[in-house]
Design a protein around this ligand. Structure first.
Ligand code: NAD
Length: 265
């Protein structure tokens, strides 16, 4: 199976090169970056600190989509929307890890799923997907006197907040309570904001250092507090999950899938 990586010189891109290299039955089809990237033309294996792979970094996503069975995209929202359109044109499987997309960019991904299998997840780690199930279940069991807060911390390069994973955890908690996250979310607090309304789902965002990704969901009730936590210590977990999703996607019909589908939850 031929797998291409867009954004191949990024933090996740380099991890993904190594994950494809290590995966049985997967071959690196190529990798792209936006035109003008300083690593353009470099060997992808060398970019990831491996042996020479014999394929170089290019700025031609069209050619990569034509050559690959599946593409993995951990880039930026504008690029992901354009890549989704290419997946729709070519029918190539697309794995989307990019977070922070607006409604129009998400609409481009959803539209392309009519023509191609697209697997999208805010977090490709198996552990976080288990966490999503636990969070929904706990929110359904604990009464609404238990205030739900989602706390996350990431490295200082991260540009979107709250993280896509934090929002997915908020959605899982809201679903457990039969609520819609948009109706109950409080994404930041500053100044005299008044007492906390019952049923609100609050978010707190921390940024600093090289933290790969920490998430905690708290249920703060009368006399006790439940906390469910996940800590990622290596980006490898996301890269391995994304490669697993790409392989799985190659035997699926067009449609929009999640990591839960890949894992069979
Ligand atoms: P990064 O900035 O290191 O990498 C992004 C790369 O995309 C950069 O190298 C950039 O040059 C490249 N890029 C930009 N425009 C491009 C284009 N038009 N064509 C090709 N490449 C282009 O960031 P990162 O830490 O690797 O994260 C990337 C995204 O993945 C973020 O949205 C992040 O939140 C998300 N992420 C998701 C998961 C998950 O499991 N879903 C895990 C980690 C990171």
């Amino acid at each position: 199976m031929k797998i291409g990586i867009v954004g191949a010189a990024g933090r996740m891109g380099r991890m993904l090169i190594a994950a494809v290299d290590a995966a049985d039955g997967a071959v690196l089809a190529g990798g792209t970056e936006a035109a003008g990237h300083p690593d353009m033309g470099k060997d992808l294996g060398e970019l990831a600190g491996l042996d020479t792979a014999g394929v170089v970094l290019s700025s031609d996503p069209k050619a990569l989509f034509a050559a690959a069975d599946a593409i993995i995209d951990f880039t930026v929202p504008t690029a992901t929307a354009a890549h989704a359109a290419l997946a729709g044109e070519t029918g190539t499987v697309l794995v989307v890890g990019t977070t922070g997309m607006d409604d129009a960019q998400q609409g481009a991904v959803t539209a392309a799923a009519d023509k191609a299998a697209i697997i999208q997840a805010a977090n490709f780690s198996v552990g976080v997907n288990v966490l999503l199930g636990l969070v929904e279940k706990a929110a359904g069991i604990l009464p609404d006197a238990y205030d739900i807060e989602v706390l996350e911390m990431h490295h200082h390069h991260k540009v979107d907040a709250p993280s896509g994973t934090a929002l997915a955890l908020g959605q899982a908690a809201a679903a457990g309570r039969g609520a819609n996250l948009d109706d109950v979310a409080c994404k930041a607090r500053d100044g005299i904001v008044g007492a906390r309304p019952r049923g609100e789902i609050g978010f707190a965002t921390l940024r600093g250092g090289d933290v790969v990704g920490d998430h905690t969901v708290m249920y703060a009730g009368p006399g006790e507090r439940v906390e469910i936590t996940h800590k990622a210590s290596s980006r490898e977990v996301f890269a391995n999950g994304a490669v697993r999703a790409a392989v799985w996607g190659c035997s699926q019909k067009p449609g929009l899938y999640s990591m839960k589908d890949v894992l069979g939850f």
